[in-house]
Write a protein that binds this ligand. Structure first.
Ligand SMILES: *Cc1c(COP(=O)(O)O)cnc(C)c1O
Length: 381
């Protein structure tokens, strides 16, 4: 089969991994410690806490398990309500259900799609215990406003920073903006080990408790290494296996080395797209607010209401340009059984179009994406 470069598919997202990651994995093989919560995880956690601007970090199997652990150690109970930014991958709402509590979804800002502080405050009831705010596509939400609301009502604040590695808000790194934050290292995120996650906080008690829960309710084996006797732990609390493996942690170490370059590449792609699409009637470019740095986990256009987002998407796919909807409106998912409509999030869910965004895109590929989007939009206008 021959296909010229013009006919090759341009991926929506793609990890940047190579020989360095393979070498790091080989080193873990040689060390013999392949399981989780070992020396490679420890090294990664120390470095990742610095990236997130927090005192402590715990590596986890994914972001969903980090969210779950975070809610557990914050003491969320059945009957509690947690306010959740509506526009997100539903792992966010799921985590609240997983601890037996009720997610109460808050509508979003129309420009950056994170929870609208006014909607958050309006959603508070006597059963509310905290706010779980999502950095949509990685750009942080309004954490000063969330903090003021949380303090006024005696709530905790949790940042779903799944897509946010390397982002900032008022010069503070994503991850340090709330009482606790969860990251994802899934293959579609800015840095990845295929799967993986982290829970970060300045609060030593929260991370220490989460560390136990993530290893079946006991201290990880590494904490018993080198002790003179034969320490035998006992189990007091129901725990889980939510560990990142040391193989993945080694990969993440290399991904952290790459992070500045990956962010720079994504930023330059976003700049090219912004320049090209500002001129194009029928689509609106994503907003990066001046007081925050967007990590561009994805690049999402908003299609004008009179055009069909789905038809544009099908045309792009037919031309080998991968694309997708933005992310999910949570409140319309049948699982949650909600009846009210959150109009801004519902609208974003129908009009958003994610186009290729990753650190491996070449300028030629970006040009081809731009041209294909332009043709599709013009053909359907
Ligand atoms: C990807 C994502 C998650 C889930 O991450 P996993 O690592 O797959 O569990 C949670 N929240 C948001 C906002 C995400 O984008």
């Amino acid at each position: 089969m021959t296909a010229g470069p013009d006919h090759q598919t341009i991926a929506l997202g793609q990890p940047t991994v190579g020989e360095e990651e393979l070498a790091a994995v080989a080193e873990v093989f040689r060390s013999g410690w392949l399981a989780g919560a070992g020396p490679a995880c420890r090294r990664f956690e120390e470095r990742f806490a610095k990236t997130a601007g927090t005192a402590h970090a715990l590596s986890t199997s994914n972001c969903g398990s980090a969210l779950f652990l975070g809610l557990k150690v914050l003491g969320v109970q059945p009957g509690d309500e947690v306010i959740v930014g509506d526009y997100t991958f539903p792992a966010t709402g799921h985590s609240v259900l997983q601890v037996g509590a009720t997610p109460v979804f808050a509508d979003i800002r129309p420009d950056i799609w994170s929870a609208d502080p006014a909607a958050v405050e309006a959603a508070i009831t006597p059963r509310t215990v905290g706010i779980l705010a999502v950095d949509v596509a990685g750009q942080p939400g309004d954490f000063d406003e969330y903090r003021a609301i949380a303090d006024k009502h005696g709530l905790w604040l949790f940042e779903d920073a799944a897509c946010s590695a390397g982002a900032t808000y008022k010069n503070r790194p994503a991850g340090s903006l709330a009482d606790i934050a969860a990251f994802s290292f899934h293959g579609r995120k800015g840095i990845t080990a295929g799967e993986g996650g982290a829970l970060v906080s300045d609060r030593e008690d929260l991370i220490a408790h989460a560390r136990k829960l993530h290893t079946y309710g006991i201290e990880p084996a590494i904490s018993r290494e080198g002790s003179g006797g034969l320490p035998i732990p006992s189990f007091h609390e129901l725990g889980y296996n939510f560990r990142l493996s040391d193989i993945q942690a080694a990969i993440m170490g290399v991904q952290l080395d790459r992070l500045p370059d990956l962010l720079a590449s994504r930023r330059s792609v976003a700049k090219l797209y912004n320049e090209a699409f500002t001129e194009l009637d029928g689509v609106t470019t994503p907003v990066e607010l001046p007081d925050r740095e967007h990590p561009w986990q994805s690049y999402i256009l908003t299609v004008a209401p009179e055009l069909s987002r789905d038809d544009i998407a099908l045309r792009l796919r037919a031309q080998g340009v991968q694309c997708n909807f933005g992310t999910y409106a949570s409140h319309v998912q049948p699982l949650y059984g909600k009846t009210e409509t959150l109009p801004v999030s519902a609208d974003a869910f129908t009009r958003h179009l994610a186009i290729p965004m990753h650190a491996n895109l070449t300028e030629t590929e970006v040009e081809r994406v731009v041209e294909t989007v332009r043709e599709a939009v013009n053909a359907l206008s």
